[in-house]
Design a protein around this ligand. Structure first.
Ligand SMILES: C[S@@+](CC[C@H](N)C(=O)[O-])C[C@H]1O[C@@H](n2cnc3c(N)ncnc32)[C@H](O)[C@@H]1O
Length: 283
């Protein structure tokens, strides 16, 4: 893959790791074969590793089918997407018309264009659906959002050209991971308090059972000498699950919205866990 491209996440994503990406990069294995990201979301680490020329072959997955269709459309049909997206206007009425469309009844290019358009123009630029799976974020207050970032979409398309992209639950996306490969897990965070619960990316959310299942997979990967790095909150359950001699905890400070008001940001401790030493002296 070419090193000259500078692709960046094409969506703003809840729990996106742009804030933490430097800390994550410092803790990735110096060398690895294939890269796997089963909770890809906006893909902040994937794109950062790509910009550093560290991705040879990659497998990206997520349970969100609209998101995965958008990745695939950018990979396979970027010019048609750019054409469609550049027709969209930044206008409140258009926003609500587009929001009301049913993505399941749209062709792939239309569907991907709708997702990017809503993400660029909605309140806080996030993706959120209600229990029926309908996108329900109101119109945002951006003055002139860049709805169609042609240069970045083309760079993303090239970065994805050799990438397998799957819509599947995390426990099914690692069948091909082998010795010497690297997996980055960024699951929905375990809430640190009842009020900080932001795990509903999908109707159904991600519960404690999911966190337990993920830890089992981390043990399996460790046994077969596949590297992994995981990020999560510093909730008690996460400390307990990864308190094991096979794992190395790395507490880090991250800027986060600490309640529903995104403007009230504070620094929270989050946990990165690896199954290898990084050589860093952690605080
Ligand atoms: C914290 S976000 C990942 C953010 C990403 N690292 C970024 O930089 O934008 C978690 C992602 O996990 C996905 N997800 C939730 N439950 C899942 C599951 N059971 N299997 C696979 N993906 C899941 C969500 O759709 C969401 O995109």
């Amino acid at each position: 893959m070419s090193k000259h491209l500078k692709p960046r996440p094409f969506l703003k994503w809840a729990g996106g790791k742009t804030q933490l990406v430097k800390q994550l990069l410092l803790r990735t294995p110096p060398q690895f074969n294939n890269y796997f990201e089963p909770f890809v979301g906006g893909g902040a680490l994937f794109f950062a590793l790509f910009r550093e020329g560290k991705i040879k072959k990659a497998h990206l997955a997520d349970l969100n089918s609209e998101l995965i269709d958008t990745y695939r459309t950018i990979r396979d049909d970027v010019e048609a997407l750019i054409g469609r997206l550049s027709e969209y206007k930044h206008d409140k009425e258009v926003f609500y018309e587009v929001r009301a469309l049913d993505p399941n009844e749209m062709a792939l290019v239309e569907r991907a264009a709708r997702m990017i358009y809503l993400n660029k123009t909605c309140y806080n630029g996030l993706y959120r659906v209600n229990l029926k799976g309908k996108f329900n974020v109101p119109f945002g207050s951006y003055k002139s959002p860049k709805i169609c970032d042609t240069e970045n979409l083309r760079a993303v398309s090239q970065a994805l050209s050799n990438v397998e992209i799957e819509c599947t639950p995390f426990e099914h996306s690692l069948n091909k991971a082998k010795k010497g490969d690297f997996v980055y897990f960024d699951p929905p965070y375990e809430p640190i308090s009842k009020t900080s619960n932001f795990t509903s990316y999908q109707p159904g959310g991600f519960d404690k059972q999911g966190q337990h299942q993920l830890q089992q997979i981390c043990h399996r990967l460790t046994k077969q000498n596949t590297w992994f790095m995981l990020s999560n909150s510093s909730a008690k359950l996460i400390h307990e699950l990864y308190d094991d001699e096979s794992f190395v905890p790395h507490p880090v400070k991250a800027k986060r919205a600490i309640n529903s008001n995104a403007k009230k940001r504070g620094k929270l401790t989050e946990l990165i866990v690896t199954n290898y030493e990084t050589g860093l002296v952690e605080a």
